[in-house]
Design a protein around this ligand. Structure first.
Ligand code: ADP
Ligand code: X2W
Length: 292
């Protein structure tokens, strides 16, 4: 009997959080590196289904960097990154779209459906969901007066998110979004999934943005977890080399969301079983929170 009461107590502990988040929108980015283990994937799908059943409007944006990398390797196509973004020529764009909007998207949809959720897979092309614009990176070289512009191909930024599509879908379904967008000329763009997630959160005026990745959160130079980052501290963390590679678009995504009406953004460890529930339904949460 005691064990049963303990179970009831655990359920009741979640009550304040369920009350707080029911009816609110939470955008969760499921990173490619957090998608490697079958058990973890299944737990993630269970967490998402549970959130939906307790009345939270949950929206998933997924990545798939490692999965794209694997496919490009099989096809003997070289891939390189500039500022955490994959250089994407036309041929690479085709593969990126095939992997993201095809296999990766459908696998997440299948897993959620298997656990009783009702997921619908979309790319930014469906219902004109993501309007993109081409990304041009400025090369910061202090010896060059006019900054050089680097063109990395079909890499985009989000200009606009068609929220009405998502608002309709979330009434009954869980949208699962692949980070591919189109511009006004219907050119296709590969967009970093963290940036898509933050734009979706910002346009939907979401309560929270949660980014799942393969590290504890943001680590300092001694590899210790930084549990809270204020947006005013981000520039320094970039300049002193604490944040590098894939963490740069991630932190930029959090900053953009928090500056534009999302109350908190979190970078959490997707390698922990039920990490989403632990973040949402416990006092301390896990990982790094980014706040204003
Ligand atoms: N300060 C930092 N703290 C934690 N991770 C960092 C930091 N700076 C760079 N990284 C790197 O960022 C990676 C996460 O970004 P990324 O590989 O793009 O993940 P995902 O596929 O989940 O989006 C980590 O695995 C780590 O190698
Ligand atoms: C422009 C750019 O870099 N796009 C990413 C899109 C996938 C992604 O962001 O996946 P993760 O979240 O798993 O890293 C890429 O091609 O890898």
């Amino acid at each position: 009997m005691e064990k049963l009461i303990e179970k009831a107590n655990i359920l009741i502990e979640a009550l304040p959080y369920i009350r707080k988040f029911a009816g609110k929108t939470i955008v969760i980015k499921y990173g490619g590196h957090a998608m490697v283990d079958e058990k973890l994937k299944s737990c993630f799908a269970q967490d998402i289904t549970l959130l939906k059943f307790v009345g939270i409007n949950v929206v998933i944006v997924h990545g798939g960097g490692p999965q794209i990398g694997e496919m490009l390797k099989k096809l003997h196509i070289d891939s390189k990154f500039v500022s955490g973004m994959r250089v994407t020529d036309k041929e690479t764009m085709n593969i990126v779209e095939m992997v993201l909007a095809g296999s990766v998207n459908k696998e997440i949809v299948k897993l959620i459906n298997k656990h009783g959720g009702k997921a619908i897979g979309l790319s930014g092309k469906d219902g004109n969901l993501i309007k993109a614009k081409k990304l041009l990176i400025k090369k910061n070289d202090k010896f060059i007066k006019t900054p050089e512009i680097i063109d990395i191909g079909h890499v985009g930024l989000v200009e606009e998110v068609n929220t009405s599509v998502l608002e309709n879908i979330t009434k009954n379904f869980i949208p699962v979004i692949a980070p591919v967008g189109v511009d006004e000329n219907f050119e296709t763009y590969n967009i970093n999934a963290d940036l898509v997630a933050s734009s979706v959160a910002k346009f939907l005026k979401a309560e929270k943005l949660i980014l799942l990745t393969d590290v504890q959160g943001v680590l300092d130079k001694n590899k210790k977890l930084i549990s809270t980052i204020k947006i005013s501290e981000i520039e320094e963390l970039k300049n002193n080399g604490t944040l590098t590679g894939g963490m740069i678009p991630k932190i930029d995504a959090c900053k953009d969301a928090v500056e534009n009406g999302v109350s908190k953004a979190h970078i959490i460890d997707g390698r922990i079983t039920h990490s989403v529930l632990l973040e949402l339904f416990t006092d301390s949460g896990i990982g790094t929170q980014v706040i204003k």
